[in-house]
Design a protein around this ligand. Sequence first.
Ligand SMILES: Cc1cc2nc3c(=O)[nH]c(=O)nc-3n(C[C@H](O)[C@H](O)[C@H](O)COP(=O)(O)OP(=O)(O)OC[C@H]3O[C@@H](n4cnc5c(N)ncnc54)[C@H](O)[C@@H]3O)c2cc1C
Length: 476
Amino acid sequence: MRCQSSLPFQERNKTAEAAKMANTEKRLRILIAGAGIAGLATAISLTRISEIANLDIQLYEQAAELREIGASIALSPNGLRTLEKLGIDEALGDELGFRGPSGIPQIYRHWKTNQVVSVDTFGNVPDRRHQTARFHRGHIHAALAKHVPKEWIHLNKKISRAESNDDGVALHFEDGSSAYGDILIGADGIRSQVRASFYPDYKLRFSGKVFMRSTFDASLVEGKIPDLPADAAHWWGTNDSFFSSRLGKGQYTVVGAYDDGRSAEELERSVTWDQVGNVQFLREKYKDWHPVIKALTELTPHARLYPNYAGESLQTWVPASRVTLVGDAAHTHGGAFAAGGSLALDDSRALGLAFKHVFAAGGSSFSPENIQQALKLYDQTRRPHTARLLSIVHGLMNRKAPTFATPEEEDEALRSRMRSRPDLLWLSEHDVEKAFQQVVAESEQRNLDTQGTTRATQPYQKAESVVASSALGSKL
Ligand SMILES: Cc1cc2nc3c(=O)[nH]c(=O)nc-3n(C[C@H](O)[C@H](O)[C@H](O)COP(=O)(O)OP(=O)(O)OC[C@H]3O[C@@H](n4cnc5c(N)ncnc54)[C@H](O)[C@@H]3O)c2cc1C
C-alpha cells in the first residue's frame, strides 16, 4: 500500500469495501507506524511467525535514514529466544552482543567500596546464546532491518495523526500525505502519535531520573583502569547509580542515572531526549564515587541525555477494532529494568502467533471479526504481563525517599535495598509462547462455557433456530 494523498478517508473506504466484496482472498494491508525495534520485529514476525502468505506490510518512519543510533541496550533471555524464533541468528552470537565471563546476568556493586553486594541469577537458561547480552542499540536495529525488504520501509514519514473506522485505517503525515490499510500497528515509541490519536488524554510522567549515556570504543578504557570489572557492573548509590559494560563489536558503554532535581515542566523545557550532554557534568556528578567509576567518567569522551518518563497501563491495546500498539507505544515503562528491547520483541512474537492462530492455522478470512479476534488474543497475552511491570515502576516512582540519622544507617539501608531487589525472573525469562497458548486455551474454555450456558438457559431459542435453519434447508 503506497502513500496516497489524494483520496479522502471515506472515499478510500468505499473503494476498500468494493474490493472486499469482489475478492475475499485479497491481501491484508498492514500499516506499521515506526521502524524501530518493535516495528521491524513486528514486520518480521507477521511474515515469519504468522506464516500468512498474502500480507502487504508497509512501515512509516520519521527518520530520514535507518542508522546506528542510540547507546547500549540489553536483551534478556526472553528477548534473545524471540530473536532466534524470528530467525535473526546473527544477533545471537558473541560478535554482536557481549556476555560477561562470569555468566552472571547482572552484578550489583557498592558505589564507594566497589564491593559486590548482590547478583542476579538465571533461572533456566541452559543455552549460552540466550543468556543476557548487551548490544549497541544500532547493531540490533541494523540486524533486524536486514530482514525487512527495503521497499516496505518509507522514510521521512512523520506521523501527525491516525484514524480508524469499521472498514479501514489511515495514517496522516506531516508532509500532507496519507496511507490507508486494513490494520494499523502503532510501533512509534514512548511518545506514540498513534496512541495519542486514540488516547488524547494519556500523559507521561517524568520519573525524576535522567540517564546520561555514552558508547565508545572499548580500547579507550580497557587495560587503562585498574580493577575495571570484566563483567557488566551496576553500582548503586543512595539516590544515583552508574552502569558500565563492554558491548558487542568492541564497543563499551557507561550510563549515569541520577536524580535531576528539576521539576517535570522545567526539564521538559530544557532537555530533549537524545540531546548531547556535557560530559564534564558526568565527571562532576561521580567524582566522589569509587576510583574505577571516577576513572570511567574521566575517559568517557562524550555523552547524551535521556530523561526518563513512564505512563500508566492502558485499558486496552485495541483502542479501535483494527488498531493495536506494540513496544514502548503500548507499555510506557521508560528505561525500567532494561526491559524495553526484549518486551518489544516479545510483543511482536505474540502478535505473529495471534495472526497465525486466527488466519493461517484456522484458514479464516480477513473479516473484521477475525481481525478483532487476533488483536484481542494479542492484547490478552501481553497487556497483563506489562501491566505487572508498570505497577512496579509506578510503585518505585511513588516511593518517598527516607531520611537517615547517620551515614552508617543510610549505608545499611542501601545495602539492604540492594539485597532485597524484586525478583524479576518472571520478566526476563518470560515464555511468551506459553502465555499465548494459555490465553487461547482460556478463550476456548470461555466459548465452551458460553455455549453450555446458552444451551442450558435458552433451550427454546436454540430449538427455534434449529427449526429455522432446517426450514431454510428444505427450500434449497
Ligand atoms: C533513536 C533511539 C535511540 C534509542 N536509544 C536507546 C538506548 O541507547 N538504550 C536503550 O535502552 N533504549 C534506547 N531506545 C529505546 C529502545 O529502542 C526502546 O525502548 C525499545 O527498543 C522498544 O522499541 P520501540 O520500537 O517500541 O520504540 P523506539 O525504539 O522508540 O522506536 C520507535 C520508532 O518510531 C519512530 N517514530 C516515533 N514517532 C514517530 C512519528 N511521529 N512518525 C513516524 N515515526 C515515528 C522513531 O523514530 C523510532 O524509529 C532508543 C530509541 C530510539 C528511537
